[in-house]
Design a binder for this molecule. Structure first.
Ligand code: HEC
Length: 157
């Protein structure tokens, strides 16, 4: 009988201790997660998966970070003669490569200028020997090519 009593007193002391320990753990855990109300998983996920960029169609209200609209308009307009020359003609006409009449070389340009703008423009658009059609600027309009020819001529007289 005394053995049983000894067992029960040890057993309940142990259980009591564990119960107190368990309550302590609950209190500690409660303190650790006291800021649980600030945790908004939905907002965090939305922030993490938001798109890198946004597509918008002209006419719609554009996103604030979009580049200024006039930049795109400016680059799609007709290029000046100098721009076409720098982009498409200078590689040959700036160096005289492939026998191209050099910009500023009066002797090379005088007979061509004498043949007239119509002739020069036709040769520039259609090509002439090593001169490729449109100087390979297939996106250039005839007017843009003419601008480039005029730019070269006015700098070679
Ligand atoms: C791959 C080199 C090359 C490029 C690029 C090039 N040209 Fe030429 N171009 C030539 C050569 C070579 C000639 C001389 C052709 C000849 O007389 O046999 C020439 C001649 C010309 C002539 C004189 C045509 C004539 O009637 O005598 C014009 C005008 C001309 N090029 C305009 C242009 C323009 C404008 C561009 C750019 C849009 C351009 N070229 C780009 C090589 C080039």
């Amino acid at each position: 009988m005394s053995k049983d009593k000894e067992f029960y007193s040890t057993f309940f002391a142990l259980m009591g201790g564990l119960a107190v320990f368990a309550i302590l753990l609950v209190i500690i855990a409660g303190n650790l997660t006291s800021d649980v109300s600030d945790y908004k998983p939905e907002e965090i996920v939305l922030e993490n998966i938001k798109p890198v960029g946004q597509v918008y169609i002209a006419g719609e209200s554009e996103p604030e970070a979009a580049p200024a609209a006039d930049t795109a308009v400016a680059s799609s307009g007709p290029k000046s003669g100098e721009e076409v020359y720098n982009g498409s003609c200078m590689s040959c006409h700036g160096t005289g490569a492939a026998g191209a009449p050099k910009l500023g070389d009066k002797a090379a340009w005088t007979p061509r200028i004498a043949a007239g703008m119509d002739s020069m423009l036709a040769n520039a658009i259609n090509g002439l020997n090593a001169m490729p059609p449109k100087g390979l600027c297939m996106a250039c309009s005839d007017a843009e090519i003419q601008g480039a020819v005029e730019y070269m001529v006015s700098n070679s007289q």
